[in-house]
Design a protein around this ligand. Structure first.
Ligand code: AMP
Length: 215
């Protein structure tokens, strides 16, 4: 089962991918996480990526394609995978099609997580992530704050690109470059629109799970 999550930054696609990863035992491939791991390594490439990512711009298509290609071809993904944050423009979407064709694979489900923009900004600016288990909380909607301990032993930290200015840039880049791929997948007949709101992520996970189980 090969799944793809689309949605603006802060729409909750990371949370949904993680929930589906747990429920169906297929790995999540988050290009944002892979790139952040590189920035944390202190390498020259990592330093370059840090600059691009903290401005809200995209890193090069070739680099993300290489990261995704390595992951998809690995043994971990032999029962399926969940793409989160890739593709993000039409060129990446067609490169992904080419790659999957070579591997004799295809995407069966695309979930578009659709959330109103005012909520998205609050979600990004308040987002904190456990540096060990990856659990996501929000300073506006929970009792957790940056620096608090997670029950798994890690510490909640804020992403460098989750400030209001960068979030606004990322939303502009999303509407210019990523939104056009919604039609690309709609035309393939595999797009499911999931509407998110002020309630928690559980309702959305249930909706996605029932679509995945209905086939
Ligand atoms: P995310 O964690 O998905 O919000 O991604 C954080 C940042 O990583 C983005 O703002 C981009 O700078 C970069 N990034 C992640 N995925 C991609 C991608 N598919 N193409 C280009 N840049 C990406």
């Amino acid at each position: 089962m090969n799944i793809l999550f689309l949605g603006a930054p802060g729409s909750g696609k990371g949370t949904q991918s993680k929930n589906i990863e747990k429920a169906f035992s297929i790995p999540q491939i988050s290009t944002g996480d892979l790139l952040r791991a590189e920035t944390a390594s202190g390498s020259e490439l990592g330093d370059e990526l840090k600059k691009i990512m903290s401005s809200g711009k995209f890193v090069s298509d070739d680099l993300v394609l290489e990261l995704v290609s390595k992951k998809i071809s690995s043994d971990d993904c032999k029962n399926g995978f969940i793409l989160d944050g890739f593709p993000r423009n039409l060129s990446q979407a067609t490169s992904l099609d080419d790659l999957l064709q070579k591997l004799n694979l295809s995407i069966e489900y695309v979930f578009l997580i659709d959330v109103p923009t005012d909520l998205i900004i609050k979600r990004c600016v308040g987002r904190i992530t456990c540096n060990i288990c990856g659990k996501i909380e929000n300073e506006f909607f929970s009792d957790y704050k940056e620096g608090y301990k997670c029950e798994k032993g890690g510490v909640f930290t804020k992403r460098a690109d989750d400030n209001e200015e960068t979030v606004t840039n990322r939303l502009n880049v999303y509407s210019e470059q990523t939104e056009p791929i919604i039609d690309f997948y709609k035309e393939k007949g595999i797009l499911h629109r999931i509407v998110g709101g002020e309630d928690g992520p559980e309702r959305l996970t249930d909706e996605i799970t029932s679509i995945l189980k209905s086939d």
